[in-house]
Design a protein around this ligand. Structure first.
Ligand code: ADP
Length: 634
């Protein structure tokens, strides 16, 4: 045992303590994954060393083969993992094994309910990594030394996985990391060659470097124990370099968990090799669940980049657009230089063409998922639909393709679930319908009951109901799909085109003519509150409605801009009334100008309320309404 100096005890960050607690209680039925997580880290550490050694070959320190070794001691009840990767300094060990660097972690932890069943699902979203050692161990010792540092600069990190950990400086001759797990009582089944071999085959076969176990040699009585011989138990080749037909689904799935640091299987993947002017392989995955930090600006995104099988960087963001930031995977290029940097990636024209090809691949993969596995696609949309809605604004070239992947709620049922695609909408459109109708609003309940839908309900025309905050903004980037333009049913002078018969149109014109006097009276009464007054074609049941001007901001956009402190141009609504409604008839026959004024303001305010808007002068509304109620009761 070498001398330990500068020993100190430090507390775990609060979030680590919470994670440890959650993990130990949620993963008891899947304990063996600790090995996958630790091997995944060791493999990453070797990747990092290999990359740094490109410019600093001395880091290889004489260059033994890069590998991971797993051993065990039945008597001492330990399992040991050793890698000769990049290693950690004392400071590295303190930060990497004592804190969680992911932004938004504290927030995430706040969402834990304390109900272990529910919370155990959340852990998948988080990724457990190194701390999973404590699922099976009640004490973990880590001995590590950074490649290139002196042998005297090793670190010994040790913890029981409770509130704190110890670090000390020790001598460590070999570079890299050795992790010793002191198994909890009852977990000694893991100190077994067959068990370890099976776990490695099951979860880590795809790891591209050799994972070795001691060869089982039967002890001969009376003879000295022979020196340990090691044997490689995994396939040890980069998964994406193998032909698709030879890779099993389980292998793709395990590889995903390694690259994505995810816990669950992916929803779908796409593995391709491109040859020709550019040469590269890609293996792209759609995760099953959105990570907790999907909307954090600094959250990790991007692919793992390899150049000719050598790992070059994590989170290479230049290969996919932002709205596909949830895609995980690897890209391995034969054309890039090994010393490529993030800055170079941003400017390299090779990257641009790879980016557009990879984007297409992802969109194709999603199209296939939607077509062949609609239930899976539903789940995809629940998780990532909001992000996909950023697509049309960011990716002009693929607008139509992205639009085809969008899903909306509609008047066709399903209680607000976003399940209707545009192709499906058009396929069941009314004969002669050459528009895609939609309505935006705050909540599903509000839009579902909006008076704007009355005429559509009467004619049996489906309307898409858009209530996500991003929707109005999204629609400002979508003008048409499959040659049919989008029409906001709350906007402008609704023209149903071919859906109105000639007789309908003629009748409407005649009504409009006969109500010209009423229109003028209303204009005078409502004055500055309205941009225009006209007879409505939208209404069957309600007396009046407010429409938005063709060029005006919708309510959602207005609210978003106002909330962000921006000045919003003032726009006035158009007041439309339903000439067949008894209240309007009453209004038309009203002789007293005072009562006419009160009643028209009440109708105006009611229309605003029905649209989910707030009243400019609620007290005036109440006063007018009460006045009428009093008159009514005498
Ligand atoms: P993640 O791998 O998701 O970053 P972990 O908790 O598994 O999270 O590991 C935290 C960090 O500890 C890693 O990012 C890495 O910097 C460091 N680390 C873990 N295992 C090793 C290892 N075997 N060699 C070098 N560094 C390691």
């Amino acid at each position: 045992m070498s001398v330990e100096t500068q020993k100190e005890t430090l507390g775990f960050q609060t979030e680590v303590k919470q994670l440890l607690h959650l993990m130990i209680h949620s993963l008891y039925s899947n304990k063996e994954i600790f090995l996958r997580e630790l091997i995944s880290n060791a493999s990453d550490a070797v990747d990092k060393l290999r990359f740094e050694a490109l410019s600093k070959p001395e880091l290889l320190e004489g260059g033994a083969e890069l590998k991971i070794r797993v051993s065990f001691d039945k008597d001492a009840k330990t399992v040991t993992l050793e890698d000769n990767g990049i290693g950690m300094s004392r400071e590295d060990a303190i930060t990497h094994l004592g804190t969680i660097a992911k932004s938004g972690t504290a927030d995430f932890m706040k969402h834990l309910s304390g109900d272990q069943k529910k919370d155990s699902h959340l852990i998948g979203q988080f990724g457990v990594g190194f701390y999973s050692a404590f699922i099976v161990a009640d004490k973990v010792d880590v001995f590590s030394r950074r490649a290139g540092a002196a042998a005297s600069e090793g670190v010994h990190w040790s913890s029981k996985g409770e509130g704190d950990f110890e670090v000390a400086t020790v001598d460590k001759a070999e570079r890299g990391t050795r992790i010793v797990l002191h198994l909890k009582s009852g977990e000694d089944e893991f100190a077994d060659g067959w068990r370890l071999r099976n776990i490695i085959k099951k979860y880590s076969d795809h790891i591209a470097l050799p994972i070795e176990l001691p060869k089982e040699v039967a002890a001969v009585e009376g003879e000295e124990q022979p020196a340990v011989e090691w044997e490689t138990v995994n396939r040890a080749s980069a998964l994406w370099t193998r032909p698709r037909t030879e890779i099993k689904d389980e292998e793709y799935q395990e590889f995903y968990k390694h690259v994505a640091h995810d816990f669950e299987n992916p929803l779908s993947w796409s593995h391709n090799k491109v040859e020709g002017k550019l040469e590269y392989s890609s293996l792209l995955y759609v995760p099953a669940r959105a990570p907790f930090d999907l909307y954090q600006r600094e959250a990790p995104k991007g692919l793992k980049l390899y150049v000719q099988r050598v790992f070059v960087m994590d989170q290479a963001e230049s290969f996919l657009p932002l709205y596909l930031r949830f895609i995980k995977g690897v890209v391995d290029s034969n054309d890039l230089s090994l010393n490529v940097s993030r800055e170079i990636l941003q400017k390299d024209p090779i990257i641009d063409s790879m980016k557009s090809a990879l984007t297409k691949r992802v969109l194709d993969m999603l199209e296939k998922l939607a077509k062949n596995e609609p239930e899976q696609y539903k789940s995809f949309w629940k998780n990532f639909g909001q992000v996909m809605k950023e697509g049309p604004a960011e990716d002009f070239a693929n607008k139509e393709k992205i639009a085809g992947l969008l899903r909306f709620a509609s008047t066709n049922g399903d209680e607000g679930e976003q399940v209707v695609g545009l192709a499906e909408y058009l396929a069941r459109a009314k004969e002669g319908q050459d528009k895609i109708y939609y309505l935006t609003g705050e909540t599903y309940a509000q839009v579902k009951n909006s008076p704007h839908l009355e005429v559509f309900r009467k004619k049996g025309i489906e309307v898409l109901l858009l209530t996500d905050r991003i929707d109005e903004w999204l629609m400002s980037y979508l003008s048409d799909f499959d040659g049919k333009s989008f029409v906001d049913v709350a906007r402008g002078d609704l023209d149903l085109g071919n859906l109105d018969s000639e007789e309908d149109k003629k009748a409407a014109e005649e009504v409009a003519k006969s109500k010209e006097g009423l229109v003028e009276r209303l204009k005078t009464a409502l004055g500055d509150s309205v941009a225009e007054v006209r007879v409505s074609h939208r209404l069957t049941d309600s007396p009046a409605i407010l429409a938005i001007g063709e060029q005006d901001l919708g309510m959602q956009m207005r609210q978003i801009l106002e909330a962000s402190g921006q000045k919003v141009p003032d726009s006035k609504p158009i007041f439309e009334f339903n000439p067949a409604h008894p209240l309007i008839e009453k209004l038309d026959n009203e002789q007293s100008d005072e009562r006419f004024g009160d009643l028209s303001h009440i109708l105006f305010d009611q229309a605003a309320l029905a649209a989910g808007d707030s009243l400019k002068d609620p007290a005036a509304y109440v006063r007018r309404l009460n006045k009428l109620l009093v008159e009514l009761s005498v």
